[in-house]
Design a protein around this ligand. Structure first.
Ligand code: HEC
Ligand code: HEC
Ligand code: HEC
Length: 173
């Protein structure tokens, strides 16, 4: 089943840190990746198979919720393309006595930039932190813009529904 997928495979962490749903009556754990890992691929998959996570109470719209798609996000980034695995950042090597072992305190690599990033990047901690935070701040702003637009849409949809516009007319929205 996996052979056809053309993306970097790190299923040690990707078993859990990804988007999935429970299919059918037997509730089989299923990854919606037949068309690829990008959000538009996953949406196309769900639109074809008709799965929804729940029905929105105000609008009646079928809703999907991405669980925690770290695996998918990582796959679209420069680190996966460069062969850097989850554990390289989240479980960096540490020295214990004469031994070198991977750190099993899995946590934010930004708490540990020295061991998580600097074996590969010879820039200061401040620069590495600020690169990561700039990406986070940009993403957070974009998310907030999208959320405001979405709440506007929900309000309008509810008003249209309350005004008696038929479901068939509202479905594309
Ligand atoms: C069996 C499922 C499973 C696997 C496999 C797994 N995780 Fe997790 N991980 C979880 C769950 C569940 C949580 C949330 C735990 C909580 O909030 O108490 C979590 C939390 C985390 C966190 C957040 C920790 C924090 O500081 O709050 C990180 C980072 C993380 N995992 C990274 C990884 C990495 C890297 C791997 C592979 C080496 C991995 N996980 C493998 C299930 C898994
Ligand atoms: C290049 C390094 C790098 C790689 C590779 C990487 N991560 Fe991360 N990860 C980060 C950074 C940096 C953060 C943000 C931490 C913060 O804001 O404190 C993060 C955040 C997370 C979080 C949220 C932690 C929390 O406390 O909320 C999880 C879960 C996680 N990563 C899992 C994964 C998984 C699973 C993979 C592989 C599929 C992966 N990461 C690959 C660097 C990496
Ligand atoms: C195992 C090696 C490795 C580790 C660990 C690693 N990186 Fe990278 N990183 C790379 C490679 C390879 C690239 C691709 C560019 C290059 O070749 O320098 C890259 C690229 C980047 C870029 C440039 C992204 C862009 O789009 O231009 C940033 C920023 C970055 N890493 C930050 C981090 C941070 C922060 C950490 C620690 C949380 C980290 N990296 C951990 C190897 C690593």
């Amino acid at each position: 089943m996996w052979a056809g997928y053309a993306f970097a495979k790190d299923f040690r962490c990707g078993q859990c840190h990804d988007e999935y749903y429970f299919q059918g009556k037997e509730k089989r754990l299923t990854y919606p990746w037949d068309k690829g890992l990008k959000i538009e691929n996953i949406l196309a998959y769900y639109e074809e198979n008709g799965h929804k996570d729940w029905t929105h109470a105000l609008t009646g719209a079928p809703v999907l919720k991405a669980q925690h798609p770290e695996f998918e996000m990582w796959n679209q980034g420069i680190h996966a393309r460069s062969g850097v695995a989850c554990a390289d950042c989240h479980m960096p090597y540490q020295r214990v006595g004469a031994l070198k072992i991977s750190d099993h305190h899995v946590r934010s690599p930004l708490l540990n930039i020295n061991r998580a990033c600097q074996p590969c990047h010879h820039f200061s901690e401040e620069e590495l932190r600020s690169r990561a935070e700039a990406i986070q701040e940009r993403t957070f702003k974009l998310r907030n813009q999208a959320m405001d637009a979405l709440v506007g849409l929900i309000t309008d949809l509810k008003a249209a529904k309350d005004a008696g516009r038929p479901d068939a007319e509202l479905a594309p929205v």
